[in-house]
Design a protein around this ligand. Structure first.
Ligand code: PGA
Length: 252
């Protein structure tokens, strides 16, 4: 049995004060919720304060990116050990990073390996764009992204990785993918590829989230799909009551 995992990707939102306020509110609202892992991913500037605001609550913390190098002259970058001082998770290869900041599969694989070397759980994002989707290329594209992401990663480390399947056309558009189709893509293209690489036992242990316009009014349809192990949430993670509804939808 895979424990569902719901992560809030706050993107470039929330000052330190706003991050603390949201975290405190989530802490109160989630106190009785169990059976689902919750992760908050604020901007780098708010990580330390969010960590503090989480306190002893069972809420994970993640950054939205990191460099793969240990240290050095990389102005503006944050290293794996810096992230690991505060976080248990790191989002890698988000489509916005790929689109606006030139990230590549190969670079994100280096980051994934660095994350595991620092005992961080990477949340690796994969997903096709609208043209690829319309051309029927989703399965091949997503399978290829999964292969690149796990290059050189041991089976033990692989089972600690989380994948977020996020069709690019569904992110921030209000147009979520069809839950049954997502279930099929995850089962065949993602878990099928993982099974080819690592065997069925490891493939069954890896959690795969769906991301892209997950909201309180559509979350239930995703939560009932057997291959969907949670959600990576952007817009709806910025308001406490909305995010709490999403978390609760995935409780067993
Ligand atoms: P969205 O973003 O929920 O606002 O569509 C999801 C994501 O980018 O992870």
């Amino acid at each position: 049995m895979r424990t569902p995992i719901v992560a809030g990707n706050w993107k470039m939102h929330k000052t330190v004060a706003q991050a603390v306020e949201l975290t405190r509110s989530l802490r109160r609202a989630l106190v009785d919720v169990s059976g689902v892992e919750v992760v908050l991913c604020p901007p780098f500037t708010a990580l330390a304060a969010t960590r503090e605001a989480i306190g002893p609550a069972k809420i994970g913390l993640g950054s939205q990116d990191m460099h793969f190098e240990e240290q050095g002259a990389f102005t503006g970058e944050v290293s794996p050990s810096m992230v690991a001082e505060l976080c248990q998770f790191v989002i890698l290869g988000h489509s916005e990073r790929r689109q606006y900041f030139g990230e590549t599969d190969a670079g994100d694989n280096k980051k994934a390996r660095a994350a595991r070397a620092h005992n961080l759980t990477p949340i690796i994002c994969v997903g096709e764009n609208l043209d690829q989707n319309r051309a029927g290329e989703t399965a091949a594209w997503v399978g290829g992204q999964v292969r690149s992401a796990f290059e050189g990663i041991s089976p033990e480390d692989a089972s600690r990785v989380v994948i977020a399947y996020e069709p690019i056309w569904a992110i921030g558009t209000g147009l979520a993918a069809e839950p049954a189709e997502v279930n099929q893509i995850i089962g065949v293209s993602i878990r099928g590829t993982l099974s080819d690489i690592f065997g069925e036992t490891v493939a069954q242990s890896i959690r795969v989230q769906y991301g892209g316009s997950v909201k309180p009014d559509n979350v239930a349809a995703f939560a009932i799909q057997p291959e969907i192990d949670g959600a990576l949430v952007g817009g709806a993670s910025l308001k406490s009551d909305r995010f709490v509804e999403l978390v609760k939808a995935f409780t067993p």
